[in-house]
Design a protein around this ligand. Sequence first.
Ligand code: HEC
Length: 315
Amino acid sequence: MRQRTPAYIFIPLTLLAVILAFTMVTPVDVVPEPGFQGMIHNLLEHLKHVFVQGIFWAVLAVAIVMLLIINALNKVVEAERFKRLSQEEQNKYLEDSKIGYFKKLFGSAAKKQSDQEEEAIILDHGFDGIKELDNALPQWWLSLFYFGVVFMIVYVMAYSFTDFAHADTEYQEEMTYKDKVDSIWAVANDIDITGAVNKSNDPAIVEQGAKIFAQNCVQCHMEGGKGGIGPNLTDDYWVNHVEDSLFKNIYHIVYDGSPHNPQMRAFGQRKELSGLAIEKVASYVYFINQKEPTKTVAEGAAAPQGDLMEAWKQK
Ligand code: HEC
């Protein structure tokens, strides 16, 4: 006679399944947060929505009562069966029941049948001397399988007939949310040349500009803007002078690119950099041009290119 699954295992498991089923059919109206912490946060939010429902507690109460009844019935059945066992079987059963549930579960996973038992379950077909045993499936495997079947049914039902999930509306909601974030971002970041302010006096902005320079510009203008493929940005000579002020001139060239040389591409027009990012990198270029010493050919910098701009000379 097999040992019964103890109440402290199947009652909590069933209650967990009830909670799980409820989380599936309960709609939530919070925007999900990303990442691992977000995952936990989302789960807690979801559970909160479940726990405030009266119907949830009602179902849970009914489930508990039914589980207790099932447990009592199991006990009666077990006692009845026990009476019908022979003395020897009864002793074996009592011996068995002393081993803890989990110990038995782990033991059963590693259990192997004796040679005679194996003989009895061998199937009478084979190929190349390979034969097959008609083994019973392990308990843990079967439990997982049945759990999977039940889960699948609840899931499909919830998916088809409740507010659990609507892929299309969820997609729409997500998109509306993203659009909102994008437009807020655009308002905050997309200044144009009229709104751009020279912030070369602000060390924090200059530092951020230096980072943008290192990511986008340094491969052509080299470290500190000493020049390579692109001209030396620390000297007083400029190929392009399309604006009255030096800062606006730099902003203009980075936003719209050089009209003469496509290598200096239009970072702003091509949306590679936002207006605000260009303001920062232009402040950085202004800083190295006006507030740092000019890098000379003797130091390995590029030779001057373009026209000497008296008005923009380092003071
Ligand atoms: C693929 C190479 C390349 C990259 C990347 C590049 N530039 Fe240029 N840049 C050039 C070239 C070449 C010129 C010269 C254009 C011309 O002759 O009109 C130039 C010109 C300039 C000028 C005007 C210089 C002058 O004398 O007129 C500025 C300012 C400038 N770049 C800043 C930047 C900034 C800031 C970045 C990064 C956001 C950047 N560049 C990225 C190649 C590049």
